[in-house]
Design a protein around this ligand. Structure first.
Ligand code: GDP
Ligand code: IMO
Ligand code: MG
Length: 428
């Protein structure tokens, strides 16, 4: 009974919410192992749409235990807002949503700093949710684990210490005109949320590891995507954590030998939100059409997502960095109606053609495209490969071969059933 890791193979928003929701129908536990409220994972059931940021995408399955593991950074106010929204929709979380006492707390000063930096010349287009500054605190060993919520005196000391380090930075970034929040204000802002979160705190590492050891079905849900990884992404235009598969082990606290399968999610084209290189970006009507038909607007910030063709060197890179066993390809339906569909097979670089990703010069490479005939048929009703038009199959087959990784699933619409399932992920 396997532990499956699901990661984004591009720059995020590949459809992780939908696929994790499908997988967790038969899962005992779903674990978010990294990131924070920068994520926005969309779940569609019937006419209902729910976007979760911190809560794992297994939450709609009443029998599934949901865990926010210690690799995450958690804004207490965002978490309770999300819990209230779930409750309002009749989705009960009591007793089945547990939070690591070693995940780190995002406090108002992290959000403030993130926002101030984004006003400056070094802005990279973050989600301004305080995620980067919170991870900075963790690595600088002045962060605040959620466990401190159990001890208000310790919490106050930790906040005072971190704030004394942030104060000169806030003064500098704000030109002396932005008030620095006091310790009292900071604590007051989270007091109500603190009381509600304490009963949910657990040693998530022990819990997850025990569940995996008991051979239960565990889904480790990634956030963001491979090219946003702080080590392996388009640095510095990245998030401050490890969304790649290795991050699942670190963030959840289980060893690599406990993982049975790693599934990578890839859109049938590419999107990116925020700044940074994007070799296959389209600035024309086709890009606009993909944005419109694919509803490519940030689920957290509402920002229009940049759109472009699928990038095979980047996909092969993601297959290698994550050690992917299988690919789930999403949003194939969005390409319906185009006369031709292009895919980047290599880059022209200043040193010649490259089929790898020259990360250091990604902003200057030129994509080399191969073109495929488009198709006109709507794909939402397809439940088997044979239901797809020949042109769509030809495109898929080419991508699979070039990616050197087999498909496990093809998604042809946002709803649960708009999916071609090629193999049961748990039947390992
Ligand atoms: P995530 O961050 O990876 O979970 O992805 P998001 O939820 O931010 O963005 C993916 C969007 O695409 C959501 O609006 C989904 O409902 C939608 N979606 C997922 N799969 C498909 C698909 O196969 N076709 C279409 N048209 N939409 C999809
Ligand atoms: P999901 O899980 C897409 C991007 C931001 C920005 C960079 C750094 O929904 O796929 P941050 O706020 O993390 O410091 O921003 O990372 N980014 C995402 N882009 N999907 C996400 O999450 C993202 N999370 C962060 O746009 O470029
Ligand atoms: Mg998203």
């Amino acid at each position: 009974m396997p532990a499956i890791v699901i990661v984004g193979a591009q720059w995020g928003d590949e459809g992780k919410g939908k696929i994790v929701d499908i997988y967790t129908e038969h899962a005992d536990m779903v674990v978010r192992f990294g990131g924070g409220p920068n994520a926005g994972h969309t779940l569609v059931v019937g006419n209902d749409k729910l976007v979760v940021r911190l809560v794992p995408s297994g939450i709609l399955r009443a029998e599934t235990m949901c865990v926010l593991a210690q690799g995450m950074v958690i804004d207490p106010r965002s978490l309770v807002t999300e819990l209230d929204e779930l409750e309002r929709r009749g989705i009960h979380t009591k007793g089945r949503l547990l939070v690591s006492d070693r995940a780190h707390v995002i406090l108002p000063y992290h959000v403030l700093v993130d926002g101030l930096r984004e006003k400056g010349k070094d802005a990279i287009g973050t989600t301004k949710r305080g995620v980067g500054p919170c991870y900075e605190d963790k690595v600088a060993r002045r962060g605040i684990p959620l466990g401190a919520f159990r001890d208000p005196k310790r919490l106050r000391e930790l906040v005072a210490r971190a704030l004394s380090d942030w104060t000169p930075i806030i003064q500098h970034l704000g030109g002396g005109e932005v008030p620095v929040p006091s310790v009292d204000e900071t604590l007051a802002a989270i007091e109500e949320a603190r009381g509600r979160i304490v009963p949910m705190l657990v040693d998530s590492q022990a819990l997850v590891e025990r569940t995996v050891r008991a051979k239960k079905r565990v889904v480790l849900e990634g956030a963001q995507g491979t090219l946003l990884d702080v080590d392996h992404g388009t640095y510095p235009f990245v998030t401050s954590s490890t969304p790649t598969a290795g991050g699942a082990c670190v963030g959840a606290g289980i060893g690599p030998t406990r993982i049975d399968e790693v599934v990578g999610l890839v859109k049938a084209y590419t999107t990116r939100v925020g700044g940074g290189p994007f070799p296959t970006e389209l600035h024309d009507d086709v890009g606009e059409r993909i944005r419109k038909i694919g509803a490519e607007f940030g689920s957290v910030t509402g920002r229009p997502r940049r759109t472009g063709w699928l990038d095979l060197p980047a996909l092969r890179y993601a297959v290698r960095v994550n050690g992917l066993d299988a690919l789930a390809i999403t949003k194939l339906d969005v390409l319906t109606g185009l006369d031709e569909v292009k895919v980047c097979v290599a880059y022209e670089t200043k040193n010649g053609r490259s089929e790898d990703v020259p990360m250091d010069e990604l902003d200057t490479v030129k994509p080399v495209y191969q073109s495929f005939p488009g198709w006109k048929e709507q794909l939402g009703a397809a439940r088997a490969m044979a239901d797809l038009p020949k042109a769509a199959r030809t495109y898929l087959e080419f991508v699979e071969k070039q990616a050197e990784c087999p498909y496990i699933l093809v998604s042809v619409g946002p709803a649960r059933d708009e999916t071609i399932v090629l193999r049961d992920p748990f039947a390992l």
